[in-house]
Design a protein around this ligand. Structure first.
Ligand code: SF4
Length: 365
């Protein structure tokens, strides 16, 4: 194993000799869940995400990682990450959040939506017993982030909402060590847990998958409105937020949808929220569609720019000029990127070096 950015931490690594893997000792991953009500006949209602699953005894919720045992609800993935990497924060992508810094990234199995284009379906669409996992308590995660010289811990790859208890404790452990916390989410989370989360973490990237409820129902197996509500809550709580919109050919790539989405963002979240229009590659259940034409992404950017958004990006097209940040006032390139690498940054004290315009975001740790 090698260290540094982009490295994957192998499951067999001696790094975890004290932690070990205990596939048959699953009890240690079990903690009482938060945000649920006890109902009659030992049923429970989970209130963590908009699904609000009602669950019989010995059953699990939709996400597959929370279980009703004799009328008490438990998470089965506490301290049970199945994926660990040290990534550039640009890979999340977060472009206005300490550019060039590293994020210690983790995920457990499970998800509360089922996107037909999911690139991490091997961990998101399975139960925790179906993947090999580490046993890493929150303090150990914070220690590893420090060891790998990561400025933040990123909750990512699958859907962090479903490992909420673990994420919260890792975030608190990170905070105690001056390590920041970023969440990469579909935003499909209920208001109370989101509000609490926003008090602890530093930035959230939301995958807004479409601006159509029909798309959410057919392609994501969710609903649009709760995601929009989450974005508004984040805005009200002054959380640094960036939005990714994966442009899928024929399904969510219409000019009017780009226009409506951009107008909604501007009037509800403001012009300064970065929006990344990213390229789809065929995978999982959407192998029948081609990759997104670069021209479509450029058109999406043009429309969002014209609607008045200040920071619109083209994503998943390494080397494209749409990866750069331009100053909204003087229009000069102030952050130049190639893929996940920052080539130059002309921002000082949060201001454009050329015209002193205040650039939205967090700059320089
Ligand atoms: S977090 Fe899981 S169990 Fe809870 S409501 Fe959402 S899908 Fe259902």
């Amino acid at each position: 194993m090698t260290g540094g950015l982009g490295c994957t931490l192998a499951l067999s690594s001696s790094l975890f000799a004290n932690s070990g893997i205990f596939p048959d000792e699953t009890q240690k991953f079990v903690r009482e869940a938060r945000f649920y009500d006890k109902l009659e006949n030992k049923k429970i209602r989970c209130k963590l995400c908009p699904r609000q699953c009602v669950i019989d005894e010995r059953e699990r919720g939709y996400c597959g990682v929370r279980e009703n045992r004799e009328g008490t609800y438990y998470t089965l993935v506490y301290a049970r990450p199945c994926s660990l990497n040290a990534d550039p924060v640009e890979k999340k992508p977060l472009f206005h959040y300490y550019p060039g810094s590293a994020a210690f990234s983790l995920a457990t199995a499970g998800c509360n939506v089922n996107c037909k284009f999911c690139q991490n379906w091997e961990i998101s669409q399975v139960r925790p017993e179906e993947v090999r996992s580490y046993y890493l308590l929150p303090e150990e995660i914070a220690n590893l982030a420090g060891k790998y010289e990561c400025q933040s811990i990123a909750y990512t790859y699958s859907e962090p909402t479903i490992y909420y208890e673990y994420m919260m404790d890792c975030a608190l452990a990170g905070k105690r060590k001056n390590i920041k916390n970023v969440v990469i989410t579909a935003g499909y989370i209920a208001k109370d847990p989101l509000t609490e989360l926003c008090k602890v973490v530093d930035a959230i990237k939301v995958d807004l998958k479409s601006f159509s409820d029909k798309y959410y129902r057919e392609i994501v197996n969710g609903e649009l409105q709760p995601v929009l509500d989450s974005l508004v809550t984040m805005r009200k709580l002054d959380m640094w937020t960036e939005i990714v919109y994966l442009v899928v050919p024929t399904l969510n790539d219409g000019d009017q949808e780009f226009r409506d989405l951009s107008a909604w963002i501007k009037s509800n979240l403001g012009s300064d929220v970065p929006v990344h229009f990213t390229r789809f590659h065929p995978q999982y259940l959407l192998k029948n569609l081609p990759p997104t034409p670069v021209k479509t992404l450029e058109r999406a950017k043009e429309i969002a720019d014209a609607e008045g958004l200040h920071y619109v990006y083209v994503g998943n097209v390494p080397g494209h000029p749409g990866e750069n940040t331009c100053c909204p006032q003087c229009k000069k390139i102030i952050v130049q990127r190639t893929g996940f690498t920052v080539q130059k940054m002309d921002i000082k004290n949060g201001q454009c070096l050329y015209c002193n315009y205040k650039i939205a975001g967090k700059w320089g740790i």
